[in-house]
Design a protein around this ligand. Structure first.
Ligand SMILES: [Zn+2]
Length: 457
């Protein structure tokens, strides 16, 4: 080895030494660690919660979604102390979901409140996992002719009125004297029921099992008319409210003898009826729920007694809790319930299909993205044009994917003329109501991947 060679050896050695030196100039390329399955679940559920449920940032004080699972907290202080009201660990999701689906609501709430951060035993996980809804197996090939066989679909026709007298009590009617002398008089409850009945028949032809929450005019989900409820149930209800200190004796007497029906309906009949509708739907364990309403122009607000020039469709899915709407444990239970049941994406998907079909079948556009409608801008979360998440009384209680449809403005002049042709009491189902039912029908079929002729894009 001559000196020249020697020099090279030193150079090489020096280089090698330099390369081997651990130092800040040469950081090891960090291998990205794959996120754990729990971290992935947390990311996904947090994104869903923020996308559909959280309308105002302060609600984040009431929950945490991390590698452990989904937790709710009764207060910000409890969150700081890490004392959950209920924590569902990731390996308990399927079990907890079955508990929610199978227990009646009061039992499910009790279950939620008792859980805290206790872990289910292996036995509990096993038992609850096995407790899912029993499904009748669909025979092979049966879906060729009856593509919806084996599916359960719940339909809720909104409100109850089948005549103007009842419609005035529930404040859902359109009475217009048009310039050409036409007299318009119809009620939303009647349109909703007519639409639901047509839709039921059409879906049954595709093989679906269909439930209506009510099937008679002027009657709620418990099978009672408002008038019979007022006679048979209201007095005991008010007595109980007085006993528990919610009412004074004077208030109770006033409500029994002097209060207008509209007030009694809204304060007592309606909340009970909505709960009953949810009970009936959840006991049925449907694969999909359709809640049917017809809208009215938000300007001017009710009563809808002057024709308007605008006409739009909009649809709602559950979600959009507002500031203050997680203050009660029952509300937090619903928040957690919606995440655990995992129906939000399905609801969004179905709601978009309903809106598409409304647009195409009814030839009426979705409400513009930029609008001045208070409940859309302040009480809802925008999902896509015409589709909003909103925390409505009934939809927040239902355990399946759902769409709460609000087709058309009933007080739009041309629309009112078409809708006025529907009079359920006279057994007149109008072509316009059939079109609305057809739009829902196509959306339901498409949700279950049944190809429809002339499919809306
Ligand atoms: Zn309505």
């Amino acid at each position: 080895m001559n000196s020249k060679h020697l020099r090279w050896v030193f150079v090489w050695a020096g280089l090698a030494w330099g390369l081997a030196q651990p130092g800040p100039a040469q950081p090891k390329p960090a291998k990205p660690k794959p996120p754990s399955p729990q971290a992935q679940l947390a990311k996904q559920y947090l994104a869903t919660a923020r996308r559909y449920l959280v309308r105002q940032a302060e609600l984040e004080h009431y929950f945490r979604i991390d590698e452990r699972g989904i937790a709710t907290f009764a207060s910000f202080a409890d969150k700081k102390k890490n004392e959950p009201e209920c924590l569902v660990y990731w390996n308990e999701l399927a079990s907890f979901k079955n508990a929610l689906l199978n227990l009646p609501r009061p039992g499910a709430i009790e279950y939620y409140l008792e859980k805290k951060s206790r872990k289910f035993t292996a036995q509990e996980i096993k038992e609850l996992k096995a407790a899912g809804r029993e499904r009748t197996p669909v025979p092979k090939g049966a879906r060729a002719d009856r593509p919806l066989q084996g599916y359960r679909i719940a339909i809720d026709p909104g409100h109850i009125a089948g005549d103007i007298e009842m419609a005035k009590i529930e404040q859902r009617f359109v009475i217009l004297d048009l310039d050409d002398g036409t007299k318009i008089s119809f009620c939303e409850g009647d349109l909703n029921l007519g639409t639901a009945q047509v839709l039921k028949e059409k879906l049954e032809k595709l093989g679906a099992d269909v439930l209506l929450t009510r099937n008679r005019p002027n009657t709620g989900a418990r099978g009672l008319t408002y008038q019979s409820w007022k006679k048979t149930e209201l007095p005991a209800l008010l007595r109980a409210a007085q006993k528990s200190g919610k009412l004074t004796a004077a208030q109770q007497t006033h409500l029994l003898t002097k209060a207008p029906d509209a007030q009694l309906y809204e304060a007592y009949f309606l909340p009970e009826d909505l709960q009953a509708r949810a009970r009936v739907i959840n006991a049925y364990q449907p694969d999909l729920t359709v809640i049917i309403h017809y809208n009215g122009s938000p300007f001017p607000r009710r009563p809808w007694n002057k024709p308007v020039s605008s006409n739009y469709n909009m649809v709602f899915m559950p979600g959009a809790f507002l500031a203050g709407e997680l203050a009660s444990s029952e509300a937090r239970f619903d928040f957690l319930r919606m995440l655990v049941l995992g129906n939000l994406e399905g609801s969004a998907q179905f709601a978009k299909l309903v809106l598409q079909e409304f647009t195409q079948r009814l030839q009426v556009p979705p409400v513009p993205v930029k609008n001045r409608v208070f409940y859309l801008n302040f009480n809802s979360i925008f999902v896509s044009q015409g589709v909003y998440a909103r925390n409505l009384g009934l939809s927040r209680l239902v355990n399946s994917p759902l769409c709460y449809g609000e087709s058309l403005y009933q007080d739009h002049e041309a629309e009112a003329r078409l809708l006025n042709l529907h009079q359920g009491a006279k057994k007149q189902t109008s072509p316009r109501v059939r079109q609305v039912a057809d739009a829902y029908y196509r959306a339901v079929a498409r949700y279950f991947k049944v190809e429809m002729e002339g499919q809306a894009k």
